[in-house]
Design a protein around this ligand. Structure first.
Ligand code: MRU
Length: 364
């Protein structure tokens, strides 16, 4: 995607062919800063502290984190240690484990003398495949947007509500929930996006709004509790969200608050779609409620980051001193509330049968 007319991915290999560079998402929207990642520890910090975030992107960063770790030592023991530490950085998004396992399998299939070369190649493949999958799911999702637009008599834009940031910043490129929006824009379909601010870290306000500004897509930022009201008043045509882990039965685990949006959409008969590349499906996880939910530092709830009128960016406390906070980062939306799963292979029902229909290689 473009930033001020220049094409970017969220993460890329540095010019020296060894290090990794990424957009530091903790600095957006007020500052566009590129972070240098030179060691496996740097990659872990970037994932833990959310310089990079979003399920597919943390998988991609972890893949390069493995490569950076190999510069310290190419032994099986060291590889296992690095992989274990990377996986432990964030527990909910399955892409992290998926990417690290894939790297480990690939490396263990060749001689240690080839590890660096093969590792970097595999990490690049993970990135390129993510871009390809997201672009493809974007086209499938855009077809749904087009259908809704035609049903509305092409009279006015399609109003889409999204939660958190599932745009290109959450992936290597294109995004998941926003890929259909970008594709619809390319097709000339007018879209308008309702952007949930997504407390506590405000990925909607900081990242989705920034992406849509960059792309010139019509949008409004709303606080997290507005969605239900808008739905009751016919101001939302569809919801599209991402998922950090999709269970084999079609339950989806996404940013905290997604479940409430799905309930409101169901009550108002509004289609609720979830967009995902296949790497987000956990075939071993039989149902969503078994997915480990990340609980993050309470400071993220107690403090808010913003820009003062003089341009200074800082964090301020919004609660009385001594008030404890609980910071659950994800929730589970049961499959019965999901209209369809938009994948790179097409759209399916949120069910075991639906998923296996698109991914028959996982039939037992
Ligand atoms: O905590 P985050 O910002 O990593 O959470 C991200 C989300 O919840 C996204 O919706 C999810 O990763 C799917 S989008 C690619």
């Amino acid at each position: 995607m473009q930033v001020q007319g220049k094409p970017y991915r969220s993460l890329w290999l540095a010019a020296n062919g060894r290090d990794v560079e990424c957009i530091d998402q903790t600095r957006l929207p007020h500052n566009f800063v590129v972070a240098e990642i030179s060691t496996a520890e740097d990659a872990m910090e970037a994932i833990r502290d959310m310089w990079v975030r979003g399920a597919p992107l943390i998988g991609a960063m972890a893949a390069y984190g493995v490569c950076l770790g190999l510069h310290e030592s190419c032994t099986e023991e060291h590889l296992h240690q690095i992989c274990e530490k990377l996986i432990a950085c964030r527990p909910t998004a399955v892409n992290l484990q998926w990417a690290v396992d894939r790297m480990q399998r690939k490396l263990l299939s060749v001689e240690t003398s080839q590890w660096l070369e093969v590792g970097y190649k595999e990490a690049a493949n993970i990135c390129d495949e993510d871009v390809e999958a997201n672009e493809s799911l974007g086209s499938h999702g855009a077809a749904v947007i087009q259908e809704i637009w035609e049903k509305k008599g092409k009279s006015e834009p399609v109003h889409i509500l999204t939660h958190c940031n599932a745009g290109w910043l959450a992936t290597v490129d294109w995004g998941t929930a926003l890929a259909p929006v970008y594709k619809a824009q390319q097709l000339g379909i007018p879209v308008h996006v309702w952007v949930d601010e997504t407390r506590p870290r405000n990925q909607g306000a900081h990242l989705t709004a920034w992406e849509l500004c960059m792309a010139g897509i019509d949008h409004h930022l709303i606080v997290d509790n507005v969605g239900g009201h808008l739905m009751q008043h016919g101001k939302v045509d569809m919801c599209i969200v991402g998922t950090d882990r999709t269970a084999a039965n079609g339950d989806v685990c996404n940013k905290i608050g997604t479940y409430l949006k799905a309930l409101a959409a169901k009550d108002n008969n509004i289609p609720f779609y979830v967009a995902l590349p296949g790497s987000t499906i956990d075939w071993q996880m039989q149902e969503g409620l078994s997915i480990p939910i990340e609980i993050r530092d309470e400071e993220e709830v107690l403090f808010v980051q913003g820009q003062f009128c003089d341009g200074r960016v800082d964090t301020i406390c919004i609660a009385p001193e001594g008030t404890p906070a609980a910071n659950y980062a994800f929730d589970v939306t049961p499959a019965r509330l999901v209209t369809g799963l938009i994948t790179e292979r097409g759209i399916c029902s949120a069910s075991k049968e639906g998923l296996l229909g698109l991914y028959p290689e996982h039939l037992e």
